[in-house]
Design a protein around this ligand. Structure first.
Ligand code: BG6
Length: 468
């Protein structure tokens, strides 16, 4: 690529508290919804007895090893790092009257460590977890009261970290409640459509109230949303497939439409009617939603296809979605279809729609890495995946899309959200831990570590274009 990414482009990696920190009860932390998902977001919920195994209790022990890990990120040249705050470290029960000082102090230490290395924090306020008490007592976001608890939590964060954090995201993959209601909103899995959409509504209002609080408390900060960029293509050019694909894409676009425009899109009126959903929207809700985000952030791992008549077409598994496989694409070991051009397409598509800056806050390849006879991880497949996607980001930048940055998912191996496996590895840094929790937790640079470092230092010039 004879093209350099802009100097202001942020390069880094993305993580989530419950997938890296461990120390799930330390320093006053309360249990979170993630703590009862020992088998991951798709697995059964287990209210464990003391002593039962959950890999996330230790995860990769970032809670105690953040200095070493941040130094490794700095060695790669990271200019940003996406982390999330565990809500239950700050409000152990969600509805406590005072925040937990030890939890707040922990994130102070993490942000200070990043600052030492000139790494800009990008902070998700809620990433796939909430205090378990809110799920148990209030049915999670089904309850309107949770809006107030969340707003209070967000305000505490903004006041405490206003000098340290200038880039915020409200909810990770806010559209996930459509696919996994407990993970997204603390709802029972068999909830009705009415409950699900009312909870989504409350969450959108909570998000908008956090945006307002951020604008008021930290006027020089930027706050974005975060959506699972589940772009789908029509399986065929049959008009019915094309129309159906539009409807499918609107399922996730609805979230960005509300967060970026400040009101429900008109196509939802028909959708709610067909589902028999009648939302309770107060005047205050309508006012609150008007506070819109400053940028759009999203995760992108794969694309998929949609059709009204899939016939024998193969299903694709993937990132919480239920989609049809694209016959032109290959897939990862977990069946996630690999589509680098889809990332350029999505960036252009979102910019055409919103005219807002975009931030790719997750993208990466989960793979079963093996140590070779020299104890090294030669992860050429990961380099290929990331190279091809980043090259397409460069294309999108040249298309005129204002891309703020790129954080690859899991710059260090971490626990998988969907399956709770350690063996589904994304990192540039290998962590010695297996699915059963065996291992020294020692960190080791993979081949991709050196590759990413060269990409960052060359501002993308080291990327290779597609083979002709
Ligand atoms: C995203 C989530 O959906 O995908 C992350 O925001 C998650 O939390 C990532 O880890 C990859 O998914 P998985 O299931 O491979 O961990």
């Amino acid at each position: 690529m004879s093209f350099s990414f802009p100097e202001s482009f942020l390069w880094g990696g993305a993580t989530a508290a419950n997938q890296i920190e461990g120390s799930h009860k330390k320093d006053g932390k309360g249990l979170s919804t993630s703590d009862v998902q020992p088998f991951g977001a798709f697995g059964e919920l287990v209210y464990r007895e003391e002593g039962d195994f959950n890999i996330k209790d230790v995860a990769i022990d970032f809670y105690n090893r953040y200095e070493e890990d941040i130094a490794l990120f700095a060695e790669m040249g990271f200019t940003c790092l996406r982390v999330s705050i565990a809500w239950s470290r700050i409000f152990p029960n969600g509805n406590d009257s005072e925040p937990n000082e030890m939890g707040l102090a922990y994130y102070d230490r993490v942000f200070d460590e990043m600052a030492k290395h000139n790494i800009t924090p990008v902070v998700t306020i809620s990433h796939y977890e909430m205090p378990l008490n809110l799920a148990d007592k209030y049915q999670g976001w089904a309850s309107r009261e949770v809006i107030g608890f969340f707003e209070n939590y967000a305000k505490v964060l903004f006041k405490r970290y206003k000098d340290k954090v200038k880039l915020w995201l409200t909810f990770n993959e806010i559209n996930v409640t459509l696919h996994e209601p407990f993970t997204g909103s603390g709802l029972p899995r068999d909830c009705s459509e009415q409950t699900r959409f009312q909870a989504i509504h409350h969450q959108l209002v909570g998000s908008a109230k956090a945006v307002k609080a951020c604008h008021d408390i930290i006027p020089d900060a930027k706050i974005g949303n975060m959506i699972l960029g589940a772009i789908q293509y029509p399986l065929t050019c049959k008009p019915e497939d094309v129309m159906h694909t539009l409807t499918q894409n609107r399922e996730w676009l609805m979230f960005g439409d509300i967060q970026a425009r400040g009101y429900y899109p008109s196509y939802m009126t028909r959708k709610f009617k067909e589902l028999g959903v009648e939302l309770n929207i107060t005047e205050d809700d309508t006012e609150s939603l008007k506070e819109t985000i400053d940028f759009i952030s999203f995760s992108y791992y794969m694309s998929g296809c949609a059709s009204t008549d899939p016939g024998e077409a193969e299903k694709a598994s993937g990132n919480m979605l239920n989609i049809i496989a694209n016959p032109y694409l290959e897939a990862s070991e977990w069946g996630w279809q690999i589509d680098p051009v889809g990332l350029r397409y999505l960036l252009n598509f979102l910019y055409d729609r919103y005219q807002l800056p975009l931030f790719i806050v997750e993208n990466g390849l989960g793979a079963k890495d093996q140590l070779d006879e020299n104890g090294e991880v030669i992860d050429d497949y990961r380099i290929q995946y990331l190279n091809d996607h980043l090259y397409q980001v460069g294309e999108a930048v040249q298309d005129g899309v204002p891309v703020m940055g790129y954080t690859s998912w899991g710059p260090i191996d971490l626990v998988s959200a969907s399956t709770a496996q350690m063996s589904k590895r994304y990192g540039f840094i290998y962590v010695d831990r297996d699915d059963k929790g065996n291992g020294s937790l020692e960190r080791k640079r993979k081949k991709s570590f050196h590759w990413y470092k060269s990409v960052i230092s060359s501002r993308g010039q080291a990327l290779q274009g597609p083979k002709q």
